[in-house]
Ligand binder design. Structure first.
Ligand SMILES: C[S@@+](CC[C@H](N)C(=O)[O-])C[C@H]1O[C@@H](n2cnc3c(N)ncnc32)[C@H](O)[C@@H]1O
Length: 315
């Protein structure tokens, strides 16, 4: 327990004991006081979470993350290219290719199955990077001009950058692309079992309650629907890890300062990567939400700098 928290809690409980007009503190009162202090602490612990390396009350995290993405929204795409040396584009291409979105010519011609367009929900979709790739893949690879993508993000500034970018794509104003402002942990505007494919790229590590978001993913997916996540992860080679840590902690906040005039937001982004669970732990969280895991349950990209996790909702 931090010192100020300890004294605040102790003072609060002492006042309660005095108010109860106890002339002296007997042994059982002291035991009770200690128990109440422990309970108070447990409650406070339960309500705190990480914001990068900081411990913050859960109720604060959403607005602090919101401030980060409002601040980086206009420089987000340029910064992504610089920070990742353009590699994020390859990872996103790989992610989308591995999901093969859209109606597949091989399966949709089966006489017994009438193909229906896919509904794809891209959570924390930010500036639309995944959504545009999904639509492009569905159209050009699978010749599917009907499947659609809903981009959802909690941050209006990121969504408005995405909408601006969409004007340069063939899907500007199309019914195949829509935008929803929502917290991934409470998708009440999305019906149960209405989504074929749920994607989240570089978003989930920012959520306050990741397990709640996974449960929402499970709820909105149709039976047989796929959950897919692309996220920074744990590097499994010590030499690569050393070089990667030097780059991320040394260069990224500095690039943030020089290019976007915002060192702190980029410091948060690298710290949040450190705090994200390992591949194995995250696979366990996906399974706990009810999904079946494929074999292997994740795919490491560049030795685990990033990883793709998937889960299938049982039929
Ligand atoms: C690093 S960006 C990723 C954007 C995009 N998916 C990409 O790969 O370029 C993280 C996004 O997560 C969004 N985000 C953070 N917390 C969220 C939450 N609780 N619900 C939905 N989106 C959230 C942020 O607003 C931001 O747009």
């Amino acid at each position: 327990m931090s010192t100020p928290t300890f004294w605040r809690t102790s003072a609060h409980l002492s006042r309660r004991l005095i108010a109860a007009k106890q002339p002296y503190r007997c042994l059982s009162c002291s035991v009770r006081l200690a128990q109440e202090l422990a309970q108070e602490q447990a409650k406070q612990d339960a309500k705190t979470t990480h914001f990068g390396f900081e411990h913050v009350p859960e109720s604060e995290k959403e607005s602090r993350v919101g401030a980060v993405f409002s601040s980086v929204a206009s420089s987000y795409d340029t910064m992504n290219d610089l920070m990742s040396l353009y590699i994020h584009r390859l990872w996103k291409d790989r992610f989308v290719r591995s999901l093969n979105p859209g109606l597949h010519p091989t399966t949709s011609s089966l006489p017994s199955s009438k193909p229906t367009p896919q509904t794809i929900l891209d959570i924390a979709g930010g500036t639309g990077d995944i959504a545009f790739r999904m639509l492009s893949h569905a159209s050009t690879i699978n010749n599917d001009h009907t499947s659609r993508v809903i981009v959802s993000d909690i941050n209006p500034a990121m969504l408005s950058e995405g909408k601006k970018r969409s004007l340069e794509t063939p899907w500007a104003g199309s019914e195949r692309l829509s935008w929803v402002e929502a917290n991934a942990e409470k998708l009440h505007m999305i019906e149960d079992e209405s989504i074929d494919l749920y994607t989240v790229a570089f978003g989930i590590r920012n959520f306050t309650n990741k397990q709640a978001a996974l449960s929402e993913a499970f709820r909105v997916l149709k039976p047989g629907g796929v959950f897919a996540c692309l996220e920074f992860s744990k590097v499994n080679n010590a030499v690569l890890n050393g070089a990667y840590k030097r780059w991320s902690f040394g260069a990224i906040p500095l690039i943030g300062q020089l290019v976007a005039g915002d060192r702190e937001s980029y410091q948060y982004l690298v710290e949040s990567i450190e705090k994200f669970p390992s591949q194995r732990e995250f696979a366990g969280m996906i399974e706990r939400a009810g999904f079946m895991l494929p074999e292997p349950p994740w795919e490491d990209l560049m030795g685990g700098i990033a990883a793709i996790h998937k889960g299938v909702k049982p039929v």
